[in-house]
Design a binder for this molecule. Structure first.
Ligand code: SAM
Length: 236
C-alpha cells in the first residue's frame, strides 16, 4: 500500500513513521511512503505558500496553487485524498479497516488556519479528524492514520490474529493481557490462563472483554457483535 503525504514538514513525517512496526514494513517494501513538500511547488522566489485570509482575521491560510501543483505531481492520480481537519469525520478503527482496502492514499496536511476552501472542493475526497481538539498541523494526524491503517495491511503484523482480538474488533475492548512471571510481587496471573485449556481460556477472555467494555466503554456495546451467550452473560 502506498501513502503519499502532502506536507510542509516532510522530514517530520518520515522520521515519525520510520521506527517500529511501520518502519520495518516500509523497509521491507510492504508499505510505501512518499512525502511531497508543498513548498517545492510555491512558484515564487520566497517559497511562500500562505497568505492573509480574505475578510480579515487572525492567522494565515495555505494558498491553493502550491497544493494543487504538489497534488498534480502525483502519478497516477490518486482515488482518495484525505484532508486532515478538526472539521472532518472522526477517525476510528472501522474507518481504518475500510481505508486499508485501498491501494494508495494521499494525505493533505494543513497548517496555520488551514487551507483555502477551494482546494478542498477541488481535490479532497475525505475530510478526517483524529479528535475534537486543535493541532498546529495535520502531520501528526496523518501519522496516526498511517500507523493505524498500515498495521492492517497484510504482512505488516506477523500474525493477523494480533489485530483480530484487539480492542474495537467486533465492537469490544480487548481482554486483559499477562506475561511472565506468573506471580509478581504477590499479584498472580489468573489461573485459567495457566491451565492450557483453550476452550476455557477463550471463554474467560470473551467474558473479560465484555466486562471491560461494559465498565469502560458501555457506548460500544450498542453496536457490538454479540452472541446470545454474550447477552446472557451481560444480563447476569
Ligand atoms: N482553523 C482551523 C479550524 O478551526 O477548523 C484549524 C486549523 S489547525 C490550527 C491547522 C491544521 O492542523 C489543520 O488545517 C489540519 O490539517 C490540522 N489539524 C488540527 N487539528 C486537527 C484534528 N483534530 N484532526 C486532524 N487534523 C487536524
Amino acid at each position: 500500500m502506498k501513502f503519499t503525504v502532502l506536507t510542509l514538514f516532510p522530514e517530520h513525517v518520515q522520521a515519525g513513521l520510520g521506527a517500529s512496526v511501520i518502519g520495518k514494513a516500509l523497509e521491507r517494501g510492504i508499505l510505501e511512503l512518499s512525502c511531497i513538500n508543498i513548498r517545492d511547488f510555491a512558484g515564487n522566489k520566497h517559497n511562500q505558500v500562505d497568505d492573509y485570509p480574505y475578510g480579515g482575521g487572525a492567522g494565515m491560510v495555505m494558498q491553493p496553487g502550491p497544493i494543487l501543483r504538489a497534488y498534480e505531481s502525483i502519478q497516477p492520480r490518486p482515488k482518495r485524498v484525505v484532508y486532515l481537519t478538526p472539521q472532518g469525520k472522526t477517525f476510528d478503527q472501522e474507518m481504518a479497516f475500510s481505508l486499508a482496502r485501498e491501494e494508495s492514499l494521499v494525505f493533505l496536511c494543513g497548517h496555520y488556519e488551514g487551507v483555502d476552501e477551494r482546494i478542498i472542493d477541488r481535490i479532497v475526497t475525505d475530510e478526517v479528524s483524529i479528535g475534537d481538539y486543535i493541532l498546529t498541523g495535520g502531520e501528526m494526524a496523518a501519522m496516526v492514520m498511517i500507523d493505524a491503517i498500515g498495521r492492517l495491511v497484510d504482512g505488516v503484523l506477523s500474525n493477523s490474529s494480533s489485530y483480530e482480538n484487539e480492542s474495537f474488533h467486533q465492537g469490544l475492548l480487548e481482554y486483559p493481557q499477562y506475561t511472565r512471571p506468573a506471580a509478581f510481587e504477590g499479584q498472580e496471573v489468573p489461573e485459567v490462563l495457566l491451565s492450557g485449556h483453550h476452550g476455557n481460556i477463550d471463554r474467560w477472555r470473551r467474558e473479560q472483554a465484555l466486562v471491560r467494555t461494559l465498565r469502560k466503554r458501555p457506548d460500544l456495546l450498542e453496536k457490538a457483535e454479540l452472541t446470545e451467550k454474550d447477552r446472557e452473560f451481560i444480563r447476569n
